[in-house]
Design a protein around this ligand. Structure first.
Ligand code: ATP
Length: 428
């Protein structure tokens, strides 16, 4: 009998991590049932407000004898009871069990949880319809992620190896030899990626919170991920590690939409024209994008750093494809930009002063007149339009690694451009 297990919302900013719980369970349950593939780390809608960090849920599937199923379920519920951080208001664990082949309805629910906002009631309704068993702790919001993770059609996937810390080290600075991370990255990039930020010379594999994760190594090649882990020198003990299959860096969250269809918490790709010159507030850069169905404010927020320079080069009339998450910012529906692709750029015209028609000297503006600096010749101010090259290219621009959403596919990976190019076809 196939038994699928989904777990979510066990952690808080004060500690714990659902993947840690999942990894412990996967090891424990593998003794009494046969695991079908690796455990899965499924990222759902990155725009929902309840998430602790990256809106990740965990699922795993076992081929289990009928008689051990009650023991498996009890073990899962026991671990969640023991390890979830129940003290935090925003931690509302949910556990889901499902037996048999995944029905279409569950697949559809997963994709909805990935791309839109869903309610606990919706999750319960789907669970009842398909015959999934669910357990809610406190509000039990975690059943959304648990159900979503179980039903997720993981057609495209990457890997993440998560190594965990000994309990006595939780909450202290992580001790990992930085140089060894740079060396390992040099060897395996881009088969593993996001290990370091080469420009800032910082290590990205170590999180900074109180959670039990020591490092997370991401990649598209399972062997290279494991070898990269082997190459890193740890200056504190590694309690244990687990390789996960994941929908991270697949761009699965991006769906082509018309601007008029966008609503809060959607993740989408749209095509439109820049409606007016960009503007800045704080260190955030904004512009407006419109298509025949509506208009939306688009933002490149401060953490996207140099990416903002490319956004500043957009001109009214430019036609672009923009991908990102929709949120309300200062009460206004805003597309939080992850990637953009210039489809058609308007010519950029600069108005320049002519040379002096008498002596070829440089002219100076004097109110309505131009006056030659050399010979003093005066003439009415008539400027010459000159087309200057646009600095934007026909390529996809993406935010830097530390501002990238877990689901967003880096351009360096095969298929990194796929979703945008697909949108180019769909949103003609
Ligand atoms: P971590 O990344 O460390 O695992 P997290 O960011 O995953 O933490 P959670 O604690 O899992 O944060 O909280 C996310 C909550 O949002 C869960 O309760 C989950 O069920 C719920 N959720 C997931 N997807 C959606 C969705 N599309 N709509 C509404 N709620 C959702």
């Amino acid at each position: 009998m196939l038994l699928h297990i989904g777990i979510d919302d066990t952690d808080s900013p004060n500690g714990m991590c659902t993947t840690y719980l999942g990894a412990l369970l996967y090891r424990e349950l593998s003794r009494i049932a046969e695991p079908v593939d690796l455990p899965r780390l499924i990222r759902l809608n990155p725009n929902v407000p309840y998430k602790t960090r990256g809106n990740g849920a965990v699922a795993m599937t076992f081929e289990a004898d009928e008689e051990v199923i009650p023991e498996i379920k009890n073990t899962v519920l026991f671990y969640v009871n023991q390890l979830a951080d129940f003290t935090h208001e925003n931690t509302n664990p949910g556990v889901v069990f499902f037996e048999g082949e995944i029905p279409e309805e569950l697949r559809e629910f997963s994709l909805k949880a990935l791309r839109e906002h869903v309610t606990i009631e919706e999750a319960e309704k789907v669970a009842r319809t398909v015959g999934a068993e669910f357990f809610k702790f406190k509000l039990g919001r975690g059943i959304i992620g648990s159900l979503g993770a179980i039903g997720y059609p993981l057609k495209r996937f990457t890997y993440e190896l998560l190594a965990y810390r000994e309990r006595e080290n939780w909450g202290t600075p992580r001790r990992v030899d930085e140089e060894s991370v740079f060396l390992a990255d040099k060897w395996s990039y881009p088969f593993t990626y996001d290990n370091v930020d080469p420009y800032k010379r910082t290590v990205l594999i170590t999180p900074h919170g109180k959670d039990p994760v020591l490092v997370g190594i991401r990649g598209i090649d399972r062997g290279k991920v494991l070898q990269t882990f082997e190459m890193i020198k740890f200056e504190e003990p590694v309690a244990f590690y687990q390789l996960y299959k994941t929908n991270q860096n697949t761009d699965d969250h991006l769906t082509p939409k018309k601007i008029g269809e966008l609503k809060t918490y959607d993740s989408a790709v749209v095509r439109g024209r820049v409606a007016r010159p960009y503007w800045e507030r704080g260190r955030h850069v904004f512009f407006e994008l419109e298509d025949e169905t509506g208009k939306i404010r688009v933002a490149a927020f401060e953490p996207t750093k140099k990416f903002r320079n490319w956004v500043r080069k957009l001109l009214p009339g430019d036609e672009i494809i923009a991908a990102g998450g929709v949120k309300e910012h200062e009460g206004i529906l805003t597309l939080n930009l992850e990637k953009f692709y210039p489809v058609k750029l308007v010519p950029q015209i600069e108005y320049r002063k002519p040379k002096c028609p008498k002596c070829g000297g440089t002219m100076k503006s004097k109110g309505d007149y131009l006056k030659c600096k050399r010979c003093g010749y005066k003439m009415p101010k008539k400027l010459i339009p000159v087309e200057v090259p646009r600095e934007l290219e026909r390529k996809i621009y993406e935010v830097p690694p530390d501002a990238r959403k877990h689901l967003s596919r880096p351009l360096v990976l095969p298929g990194g451009e796929e979703r945008i190019l697909e949108a180019l076809e769909v949103l003609k």
